[in-house]
Design a protein around this ligand. Structure first.
Ligand code: SF4
Ligand code: SF4
Length: 377
């Protein structure tokens, strides 16, 4: 989308405010500059080269880029994409990203991760029984299981369980000894130049070690590797799948056997596996697998594509964590089960943070926890 197209889209807005009804950042703040329609008005100023104030800057940077608004817009305006383009322009003009983003970006450049983790501890989740046999990139496989920063450091069972499931299924894959960051955080913050440098380094690394297929555990990595990398590097032709895709295939081939656990859970669809997944959405596969694990699933929305955002996407936690907590709290108010399952470690991490802050005593789990438990039963 070029600037003229963006302005044409913005000018087509009817001000009907339908989009306000689905925007979680608006619903929990009731501030129009934190709504899709309000953000389009800020974007209009940005693309008309007018000054924006700090409140307006915050309006743009508190968007989770969940894309719920895109689905309901009466004029089919790609609102989330325009908000992201606004961030890119803000950075090009040296007015962004915000200080917290800059700190996290510095951490990614220096330590290869977005969560301030010690790179030497990145593989601490790797079970002792597999440590001795692991030969990393030297393994003869063109499939790389990539974990990302959240799985590696914050929700470590979303690294260990996928690894163990694939091992138990006899699937041939390799992992990296020193995994880099996918760069999605930097891209979401609008800093395309730094993000592209990371994308390029990662593509070169994958080429060097003979990777043709990527399996990822995180929605952010999936979005980056499957959608964003292709946008900037035309010869990038890797197959990219979420771990749930491959577990689903292996179960279909009889290589994974699931036994009933007999529980009731609520399932949450991450935005980047649903509305934002080019090859997706991955709606039915996780539900089929969970049902095969003997779980009764409570839904959060009438259809999965209308499902709520976890509240933490696109670096918003570092901008205004109170919004993430409020969005998460609203979501927890809707659920009747003790456990909420998601297929993205960032969502799981935010749900745990919300529970901790609100003392709601609910549990949040990454989807493969139950799959592994069911396999081992
Ligand atoms: S992308 Fe999500 S958070 Fe951003 S304006 Fe649209 S609905 Fe609101
Ligand atoms: S739904 Fe679309 S047309 Fe209506 S106010 Fe929102 S952006 Fe404008």
């Amino acid at each position: 989308m070029n600037e003229k197209e963006i302005l044409n889209y913005i000018q087509s807005c009817l001000d009907c405010k339908t989009c306000l009804e689905v925007c979680d950042t608006y619903k929990v703040t009731e501030e129009e500059y934190k709504s899709p329609n309000g953000r389009l008005k800020i974007a209009e100023k940005i693309f008309n080269n007018q000054e924006i104030n700090n409140e307006e800057l915050l309006g743009i940077y508190t968007c989770t880029l969940c894309a719920s608004c895109n689905l309901v817009c009466q004029q089919s305006i790609p609102i989330a994409d325009i908000i992201h383009s606004s961030k890119i322009k803000i950075v090009e003009e040296n007015k962004g990203p915000l200080e917290n983003h800059k700190k996290i970006i510095k951490g990614i450049v220096e330590k290869d991760n977005s969560v301030g983790g010690n790179p030497d501890e990145r593989l601490d989740w790797l079970l002792e029984k597999y440590k001795k046999e692991e030969i990393f990139e030297k393994k003869n496989s063109d499939t790389l299981l990539f974990f990302g920063c959240m799985s590696s450091f914050r929700v470590r069972e979303s690294a260990s369980a996928p690894y163990e499931i694939l091992k138990l299924a006899g699937y041939n894959f390799k992992i990296l000894e020193n995994e880099p960051c996918c760069g999605e955080y930097i891209y979401s913050a609008g800093n395309v130049d730094i993000a592209k440098k990371i994308f390029k380094e990662n593509i070169e690394l994958f080429k060097k070690i003979g990777v043709k297929n990527l399996l990822v555990t995180c929605g952010g990595c999936l979005y980056a590797f499957d959608k964003v990398y292709r946008k900037y590097f035309k010869d990038y032709d890797l197959t990219v799948k979420h771990i749930i895709d491959i577990v689903y295939e292996l179960e279909g081939e009889g290589k994974i056997n699931l036994k009933p656990l007999n529980r009731t859970i609520t399932y949450h669809d991450p935005c980047r596996l649903g509305r934002k997944y080019k090859n997706g959405p991955l709606f039915s596969e996780p539900r089929i697998l969970l049902k095969k694990c003997g779980l009764k699933i409570n839904e959060l929305a009438v259809t999965p594509s209308e499902g709520p955002c976890c509240g933490a996407g696109s670096g918003i936690r570092g901008v205004d964590s109170s919004i993430c907590i409020k969005i998460g709290k609203e979501l927890f108010n809707k659920i009747e089960t003790k456990v909420l399952i998601s297929s993205c470690p960032l969502c799981v991490f935010n749900f745990r943070y919300v529970n901790y802050k609100n003392q709601t005593y609910k549990d949040s789990k990454y989807i493969t926890d139950y799959i592994l438990e069911s396999m081992k039963k």
